[in-house]
Structure formats: C-alpha cells, structure tokens
Design a protein. Sequence first.
Length: 74
Amino acid sequence: MNVEEMLKQTPLAVAIKLHTDIFGYPPEFEGRVQLGDPLIASEIHNSIAKREPYMKESPREQQNEDGSITFIDW
C-alpha cells in the first residue's frame, strides 16, 4: 500500500469523503487542521449523524481525562 492510499484511510479523510458524498461539498475548516485530527473527524461524523452539514462556527468539544468536557471556540 502506498502513502496516498494510507492517507485516504485516516479518520479525517473518511469523514471528509462521507460529508462530501452526503451534502455535495466538503466540510469547511477555519485555519489549519492536523492530518487525521480525531477531534474534527468525530465532529464531522456527529454532524452527519444529525443530518446537518459541518459548520466551522460550531464550538469544538474536547473530552478531558477526568471525564469533563471543554468547549473550544475557533
């Protein structure tokens, strides 16, 4: 398997493809994201499950080790 095929299988790449297939356009990001960012991939999947396009203005949720959730605005 080459590098390009491996990158297509990252959680973020899968989420972007699924969002594009369902809504007809890729999710919009503000600023840079890390390759395979699991937090953003999870947010995209959550928006798809709600049948709502991913919105860059949405607050980001971060699960902390103690079980609490921190909301991070972009």
